[in-house]
Ligand binder design. Structure first.
Ligand SMILES: [Zn+2]
Length: 497
């Protein structure tokens, strides 16, 4: 090598010098932090290539603009006793993961995707239509009669291999993202035996999603979320019109299983493996973090910690076999649909804290951790607010920059109607009543951000989402990829061929 370099230098007539010693005359943290980030990347190259465990973490509707806004929000309104910062320089848990890709989210028949088609892609390796769960793009309800011809799910292959299985979500456990782990349905709305699954459609013979969770071959070690009403008969705490009590059916199928319906019940179970656990903590979705009562419903962090501890402990009874755990921060999406940036960013902040907890609790030499979103939302971060400006607040612009328009007496940038503008707004969403959003200060948790187009609900966004990864074969997470490739990366990491 050296000889060749010398020869080359001689040919070119230049002198060879040793590698330069890098230093900077600027003594600030940017240089040292930059070197530390490089060192973290150098470490990744040496990871083993086989994963025992896979943890797929989905921030529902957590597009890249949501990530940026949540990063600033988390810096400005920190949890876990941290000191508030300007925000922009803050890091969310995945900002320090060293492998990143952009993911194309479109469904086979839709430019802008929904959670069902997208979750199908990463659970089966096959893209499908909007609103459809784990059916091929050309398969209709008649395919329920030939279930062996439906796309195979990562969870069912993992179970057949003797791996552990866990699902954690803040939505109904029959909602699109968690249902794609265990179920198949030509319509994501067929969650239970209720109005969402009309009698005419039931003639298809397709089982509702709640009943599919209970009937899942080999069962789950842990399934925690909301949606209890889909499991219980009408008049008995549920809304099933077929009289079935799926909680009783589940307990009959798993005599050692424990069913819990509140945070107290979950806490009483402890972290040691003692058979499967089904936890349904709300009839509907689990409350937003901002509204949740801690003694009634466990939060995402507590559910994820419980599921992970159980799956790690139960490895003994599986002869050391690993697990597949899907964790969904499911309500970022719901707050966005309601045009409510505070709750959306707060949910994303809790999702980040959950990712940080997970990264601390696993061995990244045998566990592949993937963090992504199923699709984006139409949130934008706009104007030229100063560093440290409240991410929820009105825009206080940098003077002499791009924006030298009119200012209010408070120093807020004014729009062409003389109204102050917020940094965050939505491209569409319900106007509710004209001007309602201006009745509250924008930093108020219940403030609804401005919309450009009035629609009944703010919509998903169609641009790519991010995928972050750490652990064995995280190096495959790079470039721009189709969403179904995520399945194939997980399969490769597990050594499936
Ligand atoms: Zn949505």
């Amino acid at each position: 090598m050296m000889m060749r370099a010398l020869l080359l230098a001689a040919t070119l007539g230049t002198a060879v010098s040793a590698a330069p010693v890098l230093d900077t005359p600027v003594k600030d943290s940017w240089w040292a932090d930059g070197r530390a980030a490089l060192d973290a990347r150098l470490k990744v190259v040496n990871r083993p290539k086989r994963a025992k465990n896979i943890i797929l973490m989905v921030g529902d509707g957590m597009g890249i603009s949501t990530i940026t806004a949540a990063r600033i929000f988390d810096g400005q309104r920190p949890i876990d006793g941290r000191t508030p910062a300007a925000g922009e320089e803050n890091n969310l848990a995945w900002d320090k993961m060293t492998n990143t890709a952009l993911v194309k989210t479109y469904n086979t028949n839709a430019q802008v995707a929904d959670s069902a088609g997208t979750a199908s892609a990463f659970n089966t390796g096959v893209k499908t239509r909007i609103g459809v769960l784990n059916f091929g793009a050309d398969q209709g309800p008649e395919a329920c009669k030939t279930p062996e011809k439906l796309p195979r799910k990562l969870a069912e292959i993992a179970r057949a291999q003797g791996m552990g299985l866990g699902i954690v979500t803040t939505t109904r456990i029959t909602h699109a993202t968690p249902a794609a782990v265990y179920g198949h349905a030509p319509s994501r709305n067929w969650e239970g035996a209720d109005r969402g699954y009309p009698a005419a459609d039931r003639a298809s013979g397709c089982p509702d999603l709640a009943s599919q969770l209970v009937a899942f071959k080999g069962g789950f070690d842990v399934a925690l979320g909301g949606g209890g009403a889909r499991f219980l008969p009408a008049g008995k705490g549920g809304n099933r019109d077929d009289g079935r009590n799926l909680v009783e059916e589940w307990l009959k199928a798993w005599p050692q299983g424990k069913f819990v319906a509140d945070a107290k019940g979950l806490r009483a179970l402890g972290n040691r493996d003692a058979g499967p656990v089904l936890g349904l903590f709300n009839a509907d979705h689990i409350s937003f973090e901002h509204d949740r009562k801690d003694d009634a419903e466990p939060g995402l962090r507590e559910m994820a910690r419980f599921a992970l501890a159980r799956l790690q402990d139960s490895a003994k009874t599986r002869g050391g076999k690993g697990y597949y755990l899907m964790i969904e921060g499911g309500r970022i999406d719901h707050a966005h649909h309601a045009s409510n940036p505070y709750r959306a960013l707060n949910e994303a902040q809790i999702f980040s804290a959950t990712v940080a907890d997970v990264l601390k609790s696993v061995n990244l030499d045998d566990t592949l951790v993937l963090v992504t979103a199923d699709h984006s939302h139409v949130l934008t971060i706009a104007g030229y607010p100063q560093r440290g400006n409240d991410i929820l607040g009105y825009i206080k612009p940098v003077r002499g920059g791009e924006s030298d328009g009119a200012l209010s007496k408070e120093g807020w940038a004014l729009d062409d109607r003389g109204q102050p503008m917020t940094t965050l707004s939505y491209a569409n969403g319900a106007f509710v009543s004209p001007g309602l959003s201006r009745l509250l200060p924008p930093t108020e948790p219940n403030y609804l951000a401005n919309k450009t187009h009035g629609t009944d609900s703010e919509s998903h966004g169609g641009e790519d989402v991010a995928l972050f990864a750490e652990g064995p074969r995280a190096d495959l997470v790079r470039g721009v990829m189709e969403q179904n490739v995520i399945f194939h990366i997980m399969a490769e990491a597990l050594g499936w061929r």
